[in-house]
Each structure stands twice: as C-alpha cells, then as structure tokens.
Design a protein around this ligand. Structure first.
Ligand SMILES: [Ca+2]
Ligand SMILES: [Ca+2]
Length: 80
C-alpha cells in the first residue's frame, strides 16, 4: 500500500501522532518526520531525495519544524 489512500482526517491523525512524540506537539521536527516517512511513505526516500532535502523542501518558513500546513506539501507530492 504505497499509494495515498487516506482521508484528510486520517492524514491529520497521522501528523498528530508523530508530531506529539517530541517538543511541540503541533510541529514535526526532523526526527519525527523521519519516523513518519519511514513508517508511512518509505518509497519517498528510495529515489534521489534524502530526508534532509525533503525536510528543507517542506520547512518553508525555515523554523526547523514542519507544521501541518507545511505537511500539505508532502501530501501533494505523494498524491501526484
Ligand atoms: Ca513535535
Ligand atoms: Ca516550518
């Protein structure tokens, strides 16, 4: 099941589950993003994209964390 077949509610729950592990419960730090990607979308890291690249791409405001809004970029990427 590598294709995105998740409802917006499921995606929000997924985000919250990983975001709550450390620090700010509404933001994904790099470690949390790594856990989420490895568990939910491992195929994303099989290409030339590294986790660092992905994190930089998602963290639009450069605060070192990925908010749920920034997480939408990943969802769009996966849905393509
Ligand atoms: Ca967090
Ligand atoms: Ca951010």
């Amino acid at each position: 099941m590598s294709e995105l077949k998740k409802s917006p509610e499921e995606l929000k729950k997924m985000f919250e589950k990983y975001a709550a592990k450390e620090g700010d419960p509404d933001q994904l730090c790099k470690d949390e993003l790594k856990l989420l990607i490895k568990a939910e979308f491992p195929h994303l890291l099989k290409g030339p994209t590294s986790l660092d690249d992905l994190f930089k791409e998602l963290d639009k405001n450069g605060d070192g964390e990925v908010s749920f809004e920034e997480f939408q970029i990943l969802i769009k990427k996966i849905s393509q």
